[in-house]
Write a protein that binds this ligand. Structure first.
Ligand code: GDP
Length: 423
């Protein structure tokens, strides 16, 4: 069985906790896109962790974790993450972590260019986390970075990396008028970080094909969500990679694999980190209260997340582009303080009501149309079955399910591994 766990909205839906839960029944967990620019929060018997690059299966002893070729492989971030998990008692070896030799390397100057560009854009910025993701993917597609496998196969890998640096130094000096990134610095960086991750680099395609032939269960873990997809999201306020499940086998390293099940993760209300249109956004006290109750601060940056009512128009679009076969609805417990709950079921654009998710630039004209549902106003964090939920909470779930035309299979009522209702 091959499954994907993907974000349906802007990211931060709780994918990490769902992958950590599912990983018990899977043999392999694969990250297939994105990099260290977001965080998947996992709380389990070993503690609380914000994973940035490592797959969320890393805590399960018999799970093999894979970083596929679609990932933005930042050796420095990865090395630091491995070290901090090892300190917490998590064992990481080339047996339970495999990095695709075809993954491209994100270099420190990608982070520098990211920062220079956000500074240049000033108040028109996209809200980048400055982890170098956009410059990295730009370089990957113009073939100006280096594959991880070259650390194994290239006798003059430092020379090859310096050639890649030549190009980016032109950008740094000619466009941004800054000092070039020093070639000596890169040598020590490679020696320090690349050498540490080298033992994990392998032919992931071969490994995944063999795992599949041996009937192993493979779980693909996405980063961010549908609305941040480079092709189908709210461009240009997207990330620079494909966040959709159909890309998973390609970005993982075994394009011939088929996905049997796609679990789309949806938060019970909407949040968005960074810039871009967000139709059902709350402001003022209403926003502050929801942000506090939901602890909505970025796992990577600590930035306060923008919060609002569940936007079903965007969510339905997200479900469609992901081809989700079921939904995990997370953070339902957070809404327990509300007497009434707004749900955005349509947009008004130029006074015309629509429930079709529009072309990105039309979103800034869109105004939310709300339906108001009854709240349950009671703590549900200890509930473990659908039947035990208050009637209003059941109605909230059923309303969403009917609108999305996709079964809600899981409902989470707390961040812990066991705070989950399976229907
Ligand atoms: P991801 O990037 O999609 O994995 O999501 P994040 O980790 O960025 O954000 C999800 C946050 O919500 C994390 O802090 C989780 O611990 C927390 N969380 C996940 N599910 C629940 C839930 O059902 N209830 C509550 N209260 N918190 C949750």
């Amino acid at each position: 069985m091959n499954s994907a766990v993907v974000g349906i909205n802007w990211g931060d839906e709780g994918k990490g906790r769902m992958v950590d839960y599912f990983a018990e029944r899977y043999d392999v967990v694969v990250r297939f896109q994105g990099g260290g620019n977001a965080g998947h929060t996992v709380i389990n018997d070993k503690g609380k962790f914000a994973l940035h690059l490592l797959p969320s299966g890393i805590f399960r002893e018999n799970v093999v974790n894979v970083l596929g070729n679609g990932v933005a492989l930042d050796p420095e971030k990865l090395y630091n993450e491995i070290e901090s998990l090892e300190k917490a008692g998590v064992k990481i070896t080339p047996t339970n972590l495999k990095i695709s030799s075809r993954a491209s390397i994100l270099f420190p100057w990608h982070r520098l260019i990211d920062e220079l560009e956000e500074n240049r854009l000033a108040d028109k910025k996209y809200g980048s986390t400055k982890q170098g993701i956009a410059p990295f993917y730009a370089d990957k597609y113009r073939k100006k970075t280096v594959l991880a496998g070259e650390l194994l196969y290239d006798d003059d890998v430092i020379g090859t990396i310096k050639k890649a640096l030549e190009w980016d130094n032109l950008i740094i000096t000619d466009i941004y008028k800054c000092e070039p990134y020093s070639a000596e610095d890169i040598e020590s960086w490679v020696n320090k970080y690349c050498s540490k991750i080298k033992p994990y680099i392998t032919d992931v395609k071969e490994y995944l094909e063999e795992a599949h032939l041996n009937n192993k269960n493979i779980l693909f873990e996405a980063q961010l969500g549908s609305l941040r997809d480079i092709d189908y999201g709210i461009y240009p306020y997207t990330t620079s990679s494909t966040t959709l499940s159909t890309y998973a086998p390609i970005g993982a390293g075994a394009p011939e694999l088929k996905i049997d099940k796609t679990v789309g993760v949806v938060k019970a209300y909407s949040t968005c980190v960074g810039e871009g249109p967000f139709v059902s956004e709350y402001f003022g006290d209403e926003a502050d209260e929801l942000r506090e109750k939901g602890a909505e601060y970025g796992a990577k940056t600590g930035r306060p997340r923008r919060v609002g009512a569940l936007d079903l128009v965007a969510t339905k679009y997200g479900v469609e582009v992901q081809g989700a076969t079921s939904i995990a609805l997370t953070k339902l417990d957070v809404l327990s303080y509300m007497k009434e709950i707004n749900v955005c079921t349509a947009y008004l654009i130029d006074d015309v009501k629509t429930n079709k998710f529009p072309f990105p630039s039309q979103l800034k004209k869109a105004k939310p149309v709300y339906e108001v549902l009854k709240g349950w106003a009671t703590d549900i964090s200890n509930v473990r079955s659908f039947d035990e939920l208050p009637i209003e909470a059941k109605e909230y779930i059923l309303f969403i399910e009917k609108y999305l035309k996709c079964p809600i299979e899981y409902v989470s009522v707390g961040p812990e591994r066991e705070s989950l209702i399976k229907r």
